[in-house]
Design a protein around this ligand. Structure first.
Ligand SMILES: Cc1cc2nc3c(=O)[nH]c(=O)nc-3n(C[C@H](O)[C@H](O)[C@H](O)COP(=O)(O)OP(=O)(O)OC[C@H]3O[C@@H](n4cnc5c(N)ncnc54)[C@H](O)[C@@H]3O)c2cc1C
Length: 374
């Protein structure tokens, strides 16, 4: 059966859901197609960190807007999304990283982000249980935040449906053609037609784009995470240890600790399995920083994808095929970038104009510069 829409969005992660939500607010006829269930890709597997500590004014401004958008969600969606400004504390264990922090903080302060460079003693005041052996400095922003992905996605879903958006769930797009309009074939045989489509399928975006002849510089890699049982809350910020054998973790309002690390070398491809080494490694890395964490028993471990680009910035743009938009390559930051990307991308898809500086996310850029706050 064939159905016609103004826009079809592919992918029920934060990027597709946020964009569909903002499109629906403009009374556009929208369909959103999801292969499995909403949040089944990277979004439901992320650890919910939201920070303004980036290295370019455009990314910083986008993140300032995202902090505002996340903070308004409880009222907008009429339910808590567990948004909490517990801060982010980055740790430098070598001089090179201290210099990176100093350079970034200058840019961030100019953008009026409340970030400061802390001495090891000041770092200890923020997280009293932290082992500061070898720590040379910290970059600390108390206004950075966290939120829980599932109620965020649920808030978008309810609002998309309330505004007439149609969801096709557990129903992957299996073919894409363009004649006068785009034609998307779904696994159940439905044919969706639209003059504009958005591929926001996270790590699967590259494969989907290939169906219609686009070769995009998108490189998924596996990232694992773990959550502990509840322990009494004793620290606030996301702690990020930048050493090659470092890790990053924060304590949820429930008391659970949620943690990740970036494996060296990375594990390319889309994988949803977990490794044998992750749990002992993450336990060692976390308890080296906060010995108190030895008391926290692991509850479960999972994995998902970061969809990387060569410069660590997303691709959010119209492709060379008119009417076909791409939003992927979030490079580990897609949850925090999601609401503002959705808002501005919806506006761009409807008006052809960006309401903010998205040049760093252009599909035509050279991919040479590097985001240094990974
Ligand atoms: C362990 C871990 C921790 C992370 N922590 C953070 C963090 O603290 N902060 C942060 O900002 N980011 C974090 N990230 C990154 C973040 O999760 C991603 O950048 C973000 O979720 C990407 O969202 P997305 O909408 O682009 O993709 P996804 O959430 O992957 O959504 C894409 C959707 O497209 C669907 N799809 C795929 N193919 C098809 C098809 N053919 N037809 C229909 N649908 C299809 C998929 O099923 C999926 O649901 C983390 C990621 C991981 C793995």
């Amino acid at each position: 059966m064939s159905k016609t829409y103004d826009v079809v969005v592919v992918g029920g992660g934060i990027i597709g859901m946020a964009t569909a939500y903002y499109l629906c607010r403009e009374n556009i006829k929208v369909a959103l197609v999801e292969r499995k269930h909403i949040g089944s890709g990277s979004t439901g597997r992320c650890i919910g960190g939201i920070r303004q500590q980036f290295s370019t004014p455009a990314a910083i401004r986008l993140m300032q807007e995202n902090i505002r958008l996340f903070s308004q969600m409880e009222e907008e969606f009429n339910q808590s999304v567990e948004f909490h400004q517990g801060g982010y504390l980055f740790l430098a264990h070598n001089q090179e990283m201290v210099e990176v922090f100093k350079k970034n903080i200058k840019i961030q302060n100019k953008e009026k982000v409340n970030v400061s460079l802390l001495s090891p003693e000041e770092v200890k005041e923020v997280v009293p249980h932290l082992n500061i052996e070898g720590v040379l400095a910290g970059a600390y922003c108390p206004d950075d935040a966290q939120a829980f992905p599932f109620p965020v996605l649920e808030g978008y879903r309810e609002n998309i449906e309330a505004r007439g958006g149609e969801l096709f769930i557990a129903n992957p797009v299996i073919d894409i053609k363009k004649e006068k309009h785009f034609q998307l074939t779904l696994a159940d045989g439905n044919l969706l037609e639209a003059s504009k489509i958005l591929l926001s399928a996270g790590p699967w975006t590259g494969e989907l784009a290939k169906i219609i002849g686009l070769d995009l510089p998108l490189y998924p890699e596996r990232h694992e995470a773990v959550i502990t049982e509840r322990i009494p809350k004793f620290f606030e910020p996301m702690v990020v240890d930048y050493r090659p054998d470092g890790c990053y973790f924060h304590q949820l309002m429930s008391g659970q600790i949620i943690a990740c690390y970036t494996p060296v070398p990375n594990v390319p491809g889309i994988h949803e399995n977990v490794s044998f080494e992750f749990l002992p490694q993450v336990a060692w890395r976390m308890s080296r920083l906060i010995p108190e964490l030895k008391k926290a028993a692991f509850l479960r471990n999972w994995s998902g994808s970061y969809t990387m680009t060569p410069d660590g910035n997303p691709i959010v743009d119209q492709s060379e095929i008119e009417g076909l938009y791409i939003a992927s390559g979030m490079s580990g930051h897609g949850f925090m970038f999601g609401p503002a990307i959705g808002k501005h991308l919806a506006h761009f898809m409807l008006s052809g104009q960006w309401g903010a500086d998205f040049s760093e996310f252009s599909i035509k850029r050279e991919f040479k510069s590097k985001e240094n706050m990974k």
